[in-house]
Design a binder for this molecule. Structure first.
Ligand code: ATP
Ligand code: MG
Length: 411
């Protein structure tokens, strides 16, 4: 049976990286006072069409939407912010003292699968509600960067931009429309459509010709209102004060409609075309648009699959004790239990009926530190043979002395 296109199994071989990623993300975010939130993977379709925006790629063509048995239109979440905002509103989290949240989990988008672009992928994201001060924008970038640093990622570039607000952005859009109109025939089909519906989106097109045309498009800075401008300048100042290096990219836009004022991306050159590992920004009107009291917000989302590609853990798997058991599994199980209880050591009891030679090979592949051999001879003598795989030495030990012997070894 084939797996769905664009879907991927995460296999045990890669799991240590995932566990490390999630552990470091949780530790870092908790360190800065962020609390985890888990929202449903399925939501009403209107949450996303209103939240993410009708003219975005996500809503226009990427959502997994279907009717449930009662005929209600539901959608697998394509991103985490809309759900977090809904949860904030419906659970009255404005009364909860912590206003900083994080989430980790799967997202779904019906995209063209390629390297770094899946139909089910995972994101780690944060959201901060109700803080207008530009220093929180800098905090969000800082926390993102620290998390990536702790994962051992290097050669990352931070790009920032001002994306304006519903007051000033329409003027910019008009100017973009005039500009791109001249190149209508050269634009890709998607961008021809974007030209009518949302010309800002053309700046985010991945098509080469569109990118070339976009490189000379008007820049937003000439159009933004004083409020957006002051905010953006203050964010940059704050970033500099905490020594976060960044570059301005006047054509940086995000794929979602809800962003206002400050947006950013963290990018690597190591992953080819899909180089953005984290992206985020401010969304000052989203809570209100989804039915809450006017409350500003800001956050980011990192793509886990792209981060996993960059994490290097060296040697991947190991086990403290491999039990090469040829006789009486219960005795081995008792010894393994003692190792786990008293020494907190990992063990693997072999139940496959293999020759000793093949078990030794397997222990080697598993990177076992010690092999405990228990066969017919050993059983008769009431002993086990403990083999030190690193030192290539071995020793016979009486079964009742086994634990004592091992405890000494680890002291
Ligand atoms: P892109 O421009 O690459 O399509 P986006 O603007 O759609 O990205 P966001 O919605 O902001 O991206 O998502 C944040 C991050 O999640 C991205 O920077 C990326 O790392 C990851 N991401 C987004 N879509 C996918 C996908 N289909 N497969 C894997 N990772 C993804
Ligand atoms: Mg996208």
């Amino acid at each position: 049976m084939d797996i769905l296109r664009g879907f991927k199994d995460i296999l045990p071989q890669e799991m240590r990286k995932w566990q490390k990623l999630e552990k470091i993300a949780r530790e870092t975010l908790e360190l800065f006072g962020y609390k985890e939130i888990r929202t449903p993977i399925l939501e009403k379709t209107t949450l996303f069409s209103r939240g993410v925006g009708e003219t975005t790629d996500i809503v226009e063509k990427e959502m997994y939407t279907f009717l449930d048995k009662s005929g209600e239109s539901i959608t697998l979440r394509p991103e985490g912010t809309a759900g977090a905002v809904r949860a904030y509103i419906s659970n009255h989290l404005e009364n909860y003292p912590f206003k900083k949240f994080y989430y980790i989990g799967p997202m779904f988008r019906y995209e063209k699968p390629q390297k770094g672009r899946l139909r089910q992928f995972h994101q780690i994201g944060i959201e901060v509600f109700g803080v207008q001060d530009p220093s929180v924008d800098a905090e969000v970038v800082y926390v993102d960067k620290i998390m990536l640093d702790k994962l051992g990622l290097t050669d990352l570039r931070i790009e920032v931009n001002n994306i304006g607000c519903p007051n000033c952005r329409p003027k910019y859009m008009k100017s973009l429309k005039n500009y791109f109109e001249k190149y209508r025939e050269e634009l890709c089909d998607d961008c021809k459509n974007r030209l009518n519906r949302n010309p800002l989106r053309i700046l985010d097109c991945k098509n080469k010709t569109c990118r070339n045309i976009a490189s000379n498009a008007p820049k937003i800075h000439e159009f933004v209102c004083d409020n957006c401008k002051t905010h953006y300048e203050a964010v940059k100042e704050n970033l500099s004060k905490i020594n976060v290096e960044f570059e301005e990219n006047p054509h940086l836009v995000r794929g979602l409609d809800y962003y206002t004022k400050f947006v950013f991306e963290i990018i690597t050159d190591k992953l080819g075309a899909q180089g953005t590992v984290s992206a985020g920004g401010r969304y000052d009107n989203l809570v209100e648009e989804l039915g809450g009291k006017p409350t500003c917000g800001i956050g980011f989302a990192s793509g886990c699959e792209r981060l996993i590609e960059l994490i290097d853990l060296g040697d991947n798997q190991s086990i403290d004790y491999y039990f090469a058991c040829l006789e009486d599994y219960t005795t081995c199980l008792k010894l393994a239990k003692e190792l786990a209880d008293k020494l907190n050591k990992t063990t693997y009891i072999e139940y496959e009926n293999r020759s000793l030679k093949s078990m030794m090979k397997k222990a080697d592949k598993m990177n076992a530190n010690f092999v405990v051999i228990y066969g017919k001879n050993e059983k008769e003598k009431g002993i086990v043979i403990v083999k030190d795989m690193k030192k290539s030495t071995q020793k016979e030990v009486k079964i009742e002395k086994f634990l004592e012997n091992e405890v000494e070894k680890w002291q």
